[in-house]
Design a protein around this ligand. Structure first.
Ligand code: AQP
Length: 332
């Protein structure tokens, strides 16, 4: 069975974008792949987080993984810091990544271009840690939203170079898998920007733990256009296109069929239809989330997941340390 790995960094509450672009797909893949899915808490602190809030967001993220349908007997679920090998291999990967490569990473460049201050070295070198996260497990595939594709491509470049230098059996070179529908869910109040959890305007973002009625309201007040036609047209009608993508991703109905069915409807009526789908999705997820939080099983699931992950990760790290020559005595 091929291995697939992915992660989410809970720098805030998880969003509908995370669900559509990532979580929902992890769930559908878990039957066909050996799935490894972790909570990237080291990546979270590349940008300052209030410790108490972060702790809550991490726990909520695990509960939401499970509420979305990930099953611990099919998917290895753990916290990144419970497997120390991530940070160790991350350093080795940083020593095998060129500054020029990091300078080309658009996520960092965008923040710099926006004039954000206080950007950290951790944020800059984050793709090296991400490369380690993936290569540690010899993942064949990495399902990501469009924004993360570049980081997986960097991981491939680093792995190919490393294999060339130290031997082809070092790392499996992973492939990114980008979702077809919903690869980039946009902000509801500015459809030129991605829906992001760290977005400061709550109106543009639906959080998975939002009151479902509030989420429906956000859909109903989404920014659209003045053309008055339900079309799938990302360039000229990005707002309506975003709503079509959301509905299609959540219901599985084809984009063409949604457009055809709604072609004579006004925006208000169409938004009500999408709002109902979103409200139901959130209500279902939240009912399961509550059961999981009440069950008190999260610690146990994380411990079991970390044990399974450590077995793979420690073997790989030892092999890589031996290859780069930083080992003296063979570690057990
Ligand atoms: N809006 C989105 N549409 C589709 N996919 C998305 N993903 C995130 N937002 C969208 C996908 O979710 C996975 C986990 O992402 P992440 O949370 O680890 O990082 P991110 O992409 O940086 O997410 P945010 O919400 O934008 O975080 P902040 O605000 O902290 O920068 C990834 O596969 C991602 O593509």
């Amino acid at each position: 069975m091929k291995r697939m790995l992915s992660a989410i960094k809970p720098t805030g509450q998880l969003t509908l974008g995370n669900y559509i672009g990532a979580l929902k797909n992890f769930v559908s893949y878990q039957d066909d792949y050996e799935m490894i899915c972790f909570i990237a808490n080291l990546h979270c602190i590349t940008v300052y987080q209030k410790p108490e809030e972060l702790k809550k967001n991490l726990k909520d993220a695990v509960a939401l993984y499970l509420a979305a349908g990930l099953e611990p007997d099919k998917t290895t679920i753990f916290l990144q810091t419970d497997v120390l090998e991530h940070a160790q291999l991350g350093y080795i990967m940083a020593c095998n990544t060129y500054l020029g490569e990091l300078n080309r990473m658009t996520q960092f460049k965008d923040k710099q271009a926006k004039g954000e201050t206080g950007l950290t070295a951790g944020l800059y070198t984050y793709p090296c840690l991400m490369a380690a996260d993936i290569l540690l497990y010899d993942a064949d595939y990495v399902p990501v939203g469009e924004d993360q594709k570049q980081h997986v491509e960097l991981t491939r470049d680093v792995a190919i170079r490393f294999n060339h230098k130290y031997g082809d059996d070092s790392f499996v070179v992973p492939e990114p898998l980008v979702t077809k529908v919903g690869k980039r869910i946009m902000s509801l109040d500015d459809p030129s920007r991605k829906m992001s959890k760290s977005e400061h305007n709550d109106k543009g973002c639906i959080y998975l733990l939002d009151d479902p009625k509030l989420a429906a309201k956000k859909i109903k007040s989404a920014v659209t256009d003045s053309l008055g036609k339900i079309n799938y047209d990302p360039i000229n009608q990005p707002g309506i296109t975003n709503l079509i993508e959301i509905e299609s991703a959540l219901t599985g109905e084809d984009i063409d069929s949604i457009v055809a069915r709604n072609k004579d409807k006004g925006y208000g009526e169409f938004k009500t239809e999408v709002a109902e789908v979103v409200e139901k999705t959130l209500s279902d997820i939240q009912a399961r989330y509550k059961e999981i939080i009440d069950s008190g099983k999260i610690d146990e699931i994380l411990e079991e997941g970390a044990m399974k992950a450590r077995k793979i990760a420690s073997k790989k790290l030892k092999k890589i340390e031996r290859k780069v020559g930083i080992e003296i005595k063979k570690r057990k």
